[in-house]
Design a protein around this ligand. Structure first.
Ligand code: FE2
Length: 381
């Protein structure tokens, strides 16, 4: 459901000259996390991040083995799922990975064709197209594997008017904290293992028809201790952007390697959510208890030399620890949360774009140094 539409000036790498649209995507439909305690996680995402109660499925709706809460903030829809029994794939996933993203669901007009086009290009099917129905209409779903145990579900919901999907009922809560100004998913980053980045870049290019945006390599992104390589894949209309990271050799363990160790394999590293006013949003999130990475004060000493003139008061950005970067087309403001669960795995990025279409490369060094201080605190550097 992301709405970044203007891709005319995105710089696409020549290697994959056109994003071939055999897989038209309308946006992100939802992101489903498997979590140890969905009820409490839902409370966290409402209280801390300002998500709203949308739909529920569980014993009361005839779901025997799991419970799911659907939350939404503007176009961002999260599904939080926990198992109700001792066995099954959700338990296995939690045992291996801890809380994390299981399904990155993509909104399509034709879930059957999406499945056919991707599986014929080599995608591994998770389930074939199936139609689910209730009194509100029908939804067609299909799914394929991506990196690690992560899945892309194709969701076709043109004939559905219910709160989320058949099997769910409207979730009415007496507790409805205000939103925090989060609008849509800007990008979602995957961490993959050593030497696996190009394999997954190739997957998104050949199987999903994505194109590669101009990227950076480990010489660009390294600090004394940490290094990574990253390539950004985008679909044809630019609404879906998936940067893919792999660890690179540094003096000590990189944050990508730390993620892979604690997640026990590849997975979603961060979900970047966009706001129209990052100062208001971050102020609200901090008040609600969201923890952000600490940015060293000295980051701000020479930042304007690097990024030039900006609309915001530097003092306000510094107080909130908001990072600034610029590319040829404008600038962006961004900030990263600490991991949202106990394992140092999934975190969120808050981003406001003011023309820039890149991902904050200029901030990586400052950011990594901040992350390394956290790693040092955990004894995992
Ligand atoms: Fe990001």
């Amino acid at each position: 459901m992301s709405t970044l539409t203007d891709t005319t000036s995105l710089k696409l790498k020549k290697e994959f000259p056109e994003a071939e649209d055999f897989l038209p995507l309308n946006g992100t439909d939802h992101v489903e996390l498997y979590v140890g305690n969905a009820k409490q996680a839902a409370h966290f995402y409402k209280t801390a991040f300002g998500f709203q109660s949308v739909a529920y499925a569980g014993l009361e709706t005839g779901m025997k083995d799991r419970v799911s809460y659907v939350l939404q903030q503007d176009k961002i829809r999260l599904v939080l799922t926990s198992p109700l029994s001792e066995s099954g794939e959700i338990n296995a996933h939690l045992n291996k990975h801890g809380d994390g993203v299981k399904n990155v669901a993509l909104w399509v007009d034709d879930a059957t064709k999406s499945w056919q086009e991707t599986t014929k290009r080599g995608a591994v099917s998770v389930f074939e197209p199936k139609t689910i129905e209730d009194e509100n209409g029908k939804v067609v779903l299909s799914a394929i594997e991506t990196y690690g145990d992560t899945v892309h579900i194709f969701v076709e919901r043109s004939a559905y008017n219910g709160p989320f999907m058949p099997g769910y009922r409207k979730w009415k809560s007496h507790y409805n904290p205000s939103d925090a100004g989060l609008k849509y998913i800007d990008h979602m980053v995957g961490n993959v293992g050593w030497n696996e980045m190009n394999k997954w870049v190739d997957f998104y290019a050949r199987v999903m028809g994505f194109a590669q945006l101009i990227s950076f390599d480990d010489k660009d992104i390294s600090t004394e201790y940490t290094a990574l390589m990253s390539k950004v894949m985008t679909n044809g209309n630019g609404r879906i952007k998936f940067p893919i990271n792999e660890p690179a050799e540094g003096k000590k363990k990189s944050q990508i390697e730390e993620y892979i160790d604690f997640y026990n394999g590849p997975g979603v590293q961060h979900i970047a959510v966009a706001t129209d006013n990052i100062i208001e949003t971050v102020t609200a999130l901090k008040d609600r208890g969201v923890e952000f990475l600490y940015v060293p004060d000295n980051y701000y000493d020479d930042v304007l030399d690097r990024v030039g003139e900006i609309d915001e008061e530097l003092k306000e950005l510094k107080e909130l620890g908001i990072l600034i970067d610029r590319d040829d087309e404008g600038y962006l403001l961004q900030l990263f949360t600490k991991p949202v669960a106990d394992r140092p795995t999934l975190f969120f990025e808050i981003i406001q774009r003011k023309g820039a279409k890149s991902f904050g490369k200029g901030n990586f060094k400052a950011l990594f140094e901040a992350i390394e201080r956290e790693q040092d605190n955990r004894g995992t550097l």
